[in-house]
Design a protein around this ligand. Structure first.
Ligand code: SF4
Length: 285
């Protein structure tokens, strides 16, 4: 598989290096900036993050400022972004960095992973962008681009698929690890679009893309939705006689197999159905 992905590295790095870097967090590779922007971007659109990021950096320009900011002020700065645990984890991490690392961001992927709120993707993004460590940063955009390049029909919602793609990327990480990761992500955002026709004609890796060659871009990535939960409304009977209470054993198969339960019938069936259910229930007690 390495051979199939290897040819995309150089064109992606070159393509990314030519892109205009207009976003405020792309003006430098300062790890604190990358970290805060990545956390904000986790659940929020790029456009919405811009003003929050700019204000946050104006108020809390260093890790030291973040470590001592009163929680009320921090939450005010985050107001509107939602998922407040992200902000609280930022502060927790800043305190940890102050106490254990003399106020300096850890410089390796594995050390970054130890901070609260930093998962594999964020650690990969900071380590590769700020320090050029050769680690992938696999988000939804990257999963889509790589699946299409490989014409892979594996479900991108599965952890297993993500792991496989991460391992494949790990084998081909170039010296310009940050530019490669950012290039893959930006390609997914601007060219290899989701839920619509990707812009293959202007894609720098078109000649290496199997989905494009096989005309499969509308089928890939594969996302198998989880089955909807089945909701059953039941009437449950508490049947008591002196000190005893009726229970019955569930079926041998299916959910909660062989466990005990109070007798019950499914609600909403018609009268005749109900009496049938009741007779069946009586036989099982
Ligand atoms: S050629 Fe098309 S499908 Fe393939 S990576 Fe580029 S934009 Fe995506």
């Amino acid at each position: 598989m390495k051979q199939k992905l290897q040819p995309i590295v150089e064109p992606i790095v070159k393509w990314y290096q030519k892109q205009e870097k207009l976003l405020p967090w792309k003006q430098d590779k300062e790890p604190y900036h990358i970290w805060v922007s990545e956390i904000m971007l986790q659940q929020t659109r790029i456009e919405a993050v811009k003003k929050y990021y700019t204000r946050f950096m104006k108020e809390l320009p260093t890790i030291q400022d973040l470590a001592v900011v009163p929680e009320e002020k921090l939450l005010k700065l985050w107001e509107g972004l939602g998922y407040y645990s992200r902000a609280k984890n930022l502060k927790k991490s800043a305190i940890q960095i102050q106490e254990n690392n003399h106020g300096k961001m850890p410089t390796s992927y594995l050390e970054l992973l130890k901070l609260p709120g930093i998962g594999e993707y964020t650690a990969g993004a900071i380590a590769s962008i700020s320090y050029n460590e050769k680690v992938p940063a696999v988000d939804g955009n990257v999963l889509r681009v790589v699946s299409r390049v490989l014409a892979s029909k594996e479900d991108v919602l599965l952890t297993e698929t993500k792991k496989k793609i991460t391992n494949k990327l790990l084998e081909i990480m170039p010296d310009e690890a940050g530019d490669f990761n950012e290039g893959l992500m930006e390609l997914g955002e601007k060219v290899c679009l989701p839920n619509t026709v990707p812009l293959c004609a202007i894609c720098p890796i078109q000649e290496f893309c199997m989905a494009n060659k096989k005309n499969l871009t509308n089928e890939i990535p594969v996302r198998v939705k989880k089955q909807k939960k089945k909701i059953e409304n039941k009437t449950v009977f508490i049947l008591k006689y002196k000190n005893e209470i009726a229970i019955r054993k569930r079926e041998k198969t299916g959910i909660l197999a062989n466990l005990y339960e109070f007798p019950n019938v499914i609600r909403g069936s018609n009268r005749r159905g109900n009496s049938k259910d009741l007779r069946a229930m009586a036989n099982t007690i």
